[in-house]
Ligand binder design. Structure first.
Ligand SMILES: O=C(O)C[C@@H](Cc1ccccc1)[C@H](O)SCc1ccccc1
Ligand SMILES: [Zn+2]
Length: 171
């Protein structure tokens, strides 16, 4: 299990670096990220959230109804198409615990990425998975869902997190 960074943290604002080659280290990192994500629990996790500045994210696109988990590992993901239509979803973030706010994003996105076998993939996401993959790719660019909120609301959430971190530091 890896420690998930809590906002505010400069590492959550940095732009992650492209992955040069998919090797055993990347496979081990993907396993660590999936284990950490399931334990949180969450449906997505980006490498910068565990202080690894690589462009890699994991998601579990298990459709709500069927039980079989479907872990996905996206390396160097890029949004190559977005729908005109937009969706609003009440988002949360494992790096900003217990805070939720409505965020509007394109309802559908097409993403191209490299998978753990080094194969290039390209897929269209809709629904919660469109929201999730955009939320995770934002993490790779140092962007958090609170960056889409009004400054006052963002500051309120940031102050709550600073208080939480002070309390955690005091143990
Ligand atoms: O912090 C993260 O990146 C994990 C996020 C991913 C996410 C945020 C908003 C909307 C969809 C995905 C979540 O904390 S994972 C927790 C979760 C679980 C079910 C539905 C929404 C969020
Ligand atoms: Zn997040």
């Amino acid at each position: 299990l890896r420690k998930i960074l809590i906002h505010p943290d400069p590492r959550l604002k940095k732009v992650a670096q492209p992955v040069a080659s998919v090797n055993d280290d990347m496979r081990r990192l993907a396993d660590d990220m999936l284990e950490t994500m399931y334990d949180a629990p969450g449906i997505g996790l980006a490498a910068p959230q565990i202080a690894v500045m690589d462009r890699m994210l994991v998601m579990d696109c298990a459709k709500e109804d069927d039980a079989t988990p479907e872990p996905m590992v996206l390396i160097n993901p890029e949004v190559v198409w977005t729908s005109e239509e937009r969706n609003v979803y009440e988002e949360g973030c494992l790096s900003i615990p217990e805070q939720y706010a409505e965020v509007e994003r394109p309802a559908e996105v097409e993403v191209s990425w490299m998978d753990l076998d080094g194969k290039t993939r390209r897929e269209r996401f809709d629904g919660l998975w469109a929201t999730c993959v955009q939320h995770e790719i934002d993490h790779l660019d140092g962007k958090l869902f609170i960056d889409y909120l009004r400054p006052l609301k963002r500051q309120m959430i940031t102050r709550k997190m600073q208080k939480l971190k002070r309390e955690m530091a005091r143990g």
